[in-house]
Design a protein around this ligand. Sequence first.
Ligand code: FPP
Length: 248
Amino acid sequence: MPRHVAIIMDGNGRWAARRRRPRAIGHRAGARAVNTCIDFCLDQGIEALTLFAFSSENWGRPEEEVGALMKLFIAALDREVEELHRRGVRVRFIGERSRFSADIRARMQAAEALTAGNGRLSLNIAASYGGRQDIAAAARSLAEDVAAGRLQPAQIDEAVLGTRVALADLPAPDLFIRTGGDYRISNFLLWQLAYTELWFTETLWPELDTAVLHEALRAYAGRERRFGLTGEQVAGRARPDLQGSATP
Ligand code: FPP
């Protein structure tokens, strides 16, 4: 069973187009699939779920679509956070929060504060997130420490950089899922996915159901994770996959 699942929720626009409906309707249906996915993780005892809700590049979409997504985020936060809290879910946001409006930022902060003490499922929403931007921010924070004399350049290694990227306190994702039939990482968690098992499905995100998620778990269970070692070596030892310290 994976401890941490990371998902690119793709295909909302095509789902809507097939029904001759506006793209925003596809995103609304996508929000329902988010609930299916959270319920599934809670049922299965998965510890962490990271969802790519909005990439740094998505700001470039038509104004009308970006506006509809922002309204959807606000509605979802207003509707779901209390219930998530009741169910023991810790909600966090990763990405460039400063690009969102003040009312969305306030809701993000309130959701994080309310649920900070929960430990059943860590739900991480990547919003205005980019993997390269995440690594650049980590590098900048190390550079600031070097400039201030708190850190020597020679001390910087994978383990140190790994403490500055997003989700550093969680185990790295074990399983990555992308719906919608494309075979790309699309600037999602570039650092964190180094040893993650990748699984792709043609299913469009709004059509996600538990059967698809079970299929992903079955595929994951059939993989041998070697982390750069040999099959014989990994058979005899615990998982060498601490974030930032995996063997290349
Ligand atoms: C990709 O589909 C999806 C998005 C850019 C938005 C994801 C948002 C949601 C699933 C809804 C709400 C989320 C939360 C966390 C409340 P696409 O538009 O790129 O689809 P396409 O490739 O078919 O055009």
